[in-house]
Ligand binder design. Structure first.
Ligand SMILES: [Fe+2]
Ligand SMILES: [Fe+2]
Length: 373
């Protein structure tokens, strides 16, 4: 019992280490993490009971008793710390739509190479080495996330075809995917300019596992359009525009301006998809959107820098980072609060409009209304 309890604890630790932040974003993993913690707790209690019986019979059992007690305490505290750590960890922002495969967010790893690098490179010669390294790392992170946005939009087009979407929405998904390819190349070019070496992406064999569209592709389309598109891509555009305003390096500023305009168009596209799905089935999809809207404040905010790059930024020149279009996290947080409020307001307006056009969900006209006359 003691061994089984410790084993459950070790497996749970492995789940946490492999998923990190994804743990709180991945419902099946979260359920598994909780069940394992419960199993560890129950097995440890049983081990304690056996150890006490063994001690009472003067057959020893001090060791198992102590390990059982530690495992009993370790299960809830490990569970709580795991949730806290994964919930608080910063994932770092980027200018693209997240790629979700089987409930997990994916992006490619990096390798040496220049096949994904295209565009002008900023001159970082006047910057110190630490600042150049930090700027390069930040743009590499963005390049990874931009690259993931390409299959993310392919996945949307796949879902749209599955539910019989019109040609314009299909075209929009492919146009956005092409723009994300260009964003990826531009981000790699900026990284190469700052760091003095080119990097590229590794293959993503996880994509061969196939896609998961949830139980209901219409609801998946609606909820993901709301969260990853209407909220996140509009926010990406807000941040890129704010960064472009402060950026004094012309090549980097040009890239930020392009990204700001095109991310805004990706957000507009998501609003179109959301409206189309809602109009298909106002009552059912409207309920799902209301539920997602109520939880929108739980959507993890992209941070200015991911946890693994904090040390690079700590060594860099803060003023130079800003002059090269990298704003501090406090500005990102302000923009997030404003964007969340605007998204909620706009979704409510959309729901009202769609429901008013739907004979099933439209409110009963009141006496005296012009429409009732
Ligand atoms: Fe992008
Ligand atoms: Fe995008």
């Amino acid at each position: 019992m003691v061994g089984a309890s410790c084993l459950a604890g070790l497996v749970n630790f492995g789940v946490f280490m492999s998923l990190g932040r994804d743990l709180v974003e991945n419902d099946p993993a979260m359920v598994g993490f909780t069940i394992l913690a419960l199993a560890q707790f129950v097995l440890a209690i049983v081990a304690i009971v056996f150890a006490i019986k063994s001690l009472a019979a003067k057959q020893g059992g001090v060791g198992p008793l102590l390990i059982g007690l530690l495992s009993t305490l370790g299960a809830p505290s490990g569970w709580f710390l795991g949730i806290l750590a994964s919930g608080l960890s910063g994932m770092g922002g980027a200018w693209g739509r997240p790629l979700r495969i089987r409930g997990r967010q994916l992006h490619p790893n990096l390798r040496e190479g220049s096949d994904w690098t295209r565009g002008d490179r900023p001159d970082g010669a006047r910057l110190d080495a630490a600042t150049r390294e930090a700027l390069g790392a930040l743009w590499l992170h963005d390049a990874q996330k931009e690259h993931a946005s390409v299959p993310a939009f392919s996945r949307i087009s796949w879902m749209l075809a599955a539910v019989g979407a019109p040609a314009e929405l299909m075209a929009g998904a492919h146009k956005a995917a092409l723009e994300e390819i260009e964003h990826t190349r531009l981000c790699f070019a900026l990284a190469a300019g700052y760091q003095g070496r080119s990097q590229s992406v590794e293959a993503m064999p996880e994509l061969l596992l196939g896609m998961d569209f949830g139980k209901d592709p219409l609801i998946t389309l609606a909820v993901e359009s709301l969260e990853d598109g209407c909220l996140l891509e509009d926010y990406n555009a807000d941040v890129a525009a704010a960064c472009a305003k402060e950026c004094q390096e012309p090549i980097t500023r040009g890239v930020l301006e392009t990204i700001a305009v095109e991310e805004r168009s990706h957000a507009d596209y998501s609003w179109e998809v959301l409206a189309w799905v809602l109009e298909r089935e106002p009552a059912r999809i409207g309920t799902a959107v209301e539920t997602a809207l109520a939880q929108l404040t739980r959507y993890p905010r992209p941070t200015a820098v991911s946890d693994d790059k904090h040390h690079l930024l700590a060594a860099a020149d803060a003023d130079a980072l800003r002059a090269h279009g990298r704003l501090p996290d406090a500005v990102w947080a302000e923009l997030w609060t404003a964007r969340q409020a605007q998204t909620v307001h706009r979704v409510r307006e959309l729901l009202t409009r769609v429901r008013s056009q739907d004979p099933v969900t439209a409110p009963e006209p009141r006496p005296g209304d012009r429409s009732a006359a």
